[in-house]
Design a protein around this ligand. Structure first.
Ligand code: NAD
Length: 486
């Protein structure tokens, strides 16, 4: 049992207080490396959601939050960022214990979390309006105002970081929030709310509902008292959310799944392209929305590239994230492991060939965890399910191409459009390819390097709206024009 969270672990944070959930039911939380239950957390339901919505509504409509200046909001966010930074080691360990990712990956997440809160603290007090020239004596002033009560629902693959990507811009812009973390990974969010409690946000401004999606999340989506839903998760859940949000036409932003292409041209720096191709799919055990899960390699280097990939993939050390030798941790749950193994079977049935991997790891050390081998498929039909659907695990499909045109056609040939990679030493070709790809983020000669300062989000069925940067702040504002005839 985790020792970090003691008093708050099975509670909800509503109206500035830790509260018992209305139901006595609890949700077991697992360590995916060992299969052990490490905590029992609260299971919020519609009644708890209603209470949180009421508290948030009061805080926004009648509480002191509206009178806290932009500088005041910035100070609170900085204070929170500093608390997180001061507990970097503890939070990274808790993340690895609950999510399974390697400690190195967890430290990366915590550092990006701190950066996110600091960045939005800085933006909170930045100028946020403009004037428009109007026919005298009229004047026109455009201002951005907070939207109101925001329900924020997040997944399990970057538990604390996703909480930061949601809370920081929303609070910086002056909104009030109700966060619903994944039922699989609520522990770092609970710890975050202990810091929020110490930071001094007015009651009701930031609330935490721990529970399952349909019981704790859906009431937020359906409520006419919630003004905005910020959601990150699977595309199927995203579509359900959009349908349920229609009642009061609340604002919805969706960060959804992907099947991102990574294009390797023959003139690329071979060594670096192999390094990034592996990082793109095996980082975070492939449980990344922007994972480079379709590797498109120019025919003339295809064989040599696959050979090198396979050679290196065989050497990846899969194990407990706390073991400093581990390079890849387990999958998040038994269910996710089963889903990935099922896709591997589908791939074989579809006629693709496994070049390396394909199995669960069941030796003494790993048999109770959800470990699978990093897996590479070749001879993949671009229209097959393994090449079209998001597997969300360490499974790579490699496909050859002959021409730039064919590479782009393959790259754009799925319903998703979150991210893409391009590897080449030809600057003009890189620009042409980047322009031709229909995705929200395109990396040239790198992969999965994210900037807090830039926009993040998807084309097509990968989402609606953008997070991060000033784009992410604007998603949490309404625009008002004030036309004055005084
Ligand atoms: P999921 O869609 O199953 O769950 C996400 C969240 O939604 C969880 O908190 C869950 O409890 C909640 N939920 C489920 N049903 C709900 C409902 N009916 N109403 C309200 N809330 C509900 O996703 P997951 O399995 O946790 O995460 C993996 C998915 O997230 C992948 O598809 C991945 O691509 C995506 N993702 C996208 C991004 C991005 O930035 N685009 C980032 C991370 C993850």
């Amino acid at each position: 049992m985790t020792k970090t969270l003691v008093s708050s672990v099975n509670k909800l944070y509503i109206d500035g207080k830790w509260e018992e959930a209305s139901s006595r039911e609890t949700i077991p939380v697992y360590n995916p490396a060992t299969g052990e239950v490490i905590a029992e957390v609260a299971s919020a339901n519609a009644k708890d959601a209603e209470q949180a919505i009421h508290a948030a509504r009061q805080a926004f409509d009648k509480g002191p939050w509206r009178d806290v200046s932009a500088y005041g909001r910035a100070e609170l966010l900085y204070k929170l960022a500093n608390k997180i930074e001061n507990h970097r080691d503890e939070l990274a360990r808790l993340e690895t214990e609950n999510n399974g990712k390697t400690l190195r990956e967890s430290f990366g997440d915590i550092d990006f979390t701190v950066r996110t809160f600091k960045y939005y603290a800085g933006l909170a007090a930045a100028p946020n309006g403009e004037t428009i020239e109007a026919d005298a004596p009229l004047t026109s002033k455009v201002v951005r105002e907070p939207i109101g009560v925001c329900g924020q629902i997040i997944p399990w693959n970057y538990p604390l970081l996703m909480a930061a990507w949601k809370l920081a811009p929303a609070l910086a812009a002056g909104n009030v929030c109700i966060l619903k973390p994944s039922e699989l990974t609520p522990l770092t969010a609970i710890r975050l709310f202990e810091f929020i409690d110490e930071t001094g946000f007015p009651p009701g401004v930031v609330n935490l509902l721990v529970g399952f999606g349909p019981q704790a999340g859906q009431p937020l989506v359906e409520s006419p008292l919630v003004d905005k839903i910020g959601f990150t998760g699977g595309t199927v859940t995203g579509k359900t959310i959009l349908q349920h949000a229609v009642g009061n036409l609340k604002k919805v932003s969706l960060e959804l799944g992907g099947k991102s292409p990574n294009i390797i041209f023959a003139d690329a720096d071979f060594e670096s392209a192999v390094d990034y191709a592996m990082f793109a799919i095996f980082n975070n055990s492939g449980q990344v929305c922007s994972a480079g899960s379709r590797l498109l390699v120019e025919q003339s280097i295809y064989e040599a590239f696959v050979e090198e990939l396979v050679k290196r993939t065989k050497k990846i050390r899969v194990g407990n994230g706390f073991d400093e030798h581990s390079q890849m941790g387990p999958l998040i749950s038994q269910k996710q492991m089963q889903k990935v193994l099922n896709y591997i079977k589908i791939g074989i049935d579809e006629g693709a060939e496994i070049a390396v991997g394909g199995n669960r790891l069941t030796d003494e050390e790993r048999k109770n965890g959800y470990f699978i081998e990093p897996t590479i498929f070749v001879n993949v039909d671009p229209k097959s399910r393994i090449a079209q659907e998001e597997i969300f695990g360490p499974v790579l499909c490699v496909m050859p191409f002959e021409t730039e045109e064919e590479a782009l056609e393959l790259a754009n040939g799925t319903p998703y459009g979150l991210a893409a990679g391009i590897f080449t030493t030809d600057g003009a070709k890189a620009e042409r390819a980047a322009k031709g790809i229909r995705a929200g983020v395109t990396w040239i000669n790198t992969y999965e390097q994210n900037l807090i300062e830039g926009p993040w989000g998807g084309y097509k069925q990968s989402g609606l709206g953008r997070e991060l940067g000033t784009y992410g702040l604007e998603e949490y504002t309404e625009v008002k024009q004030i036309i004055n005839n005084l």
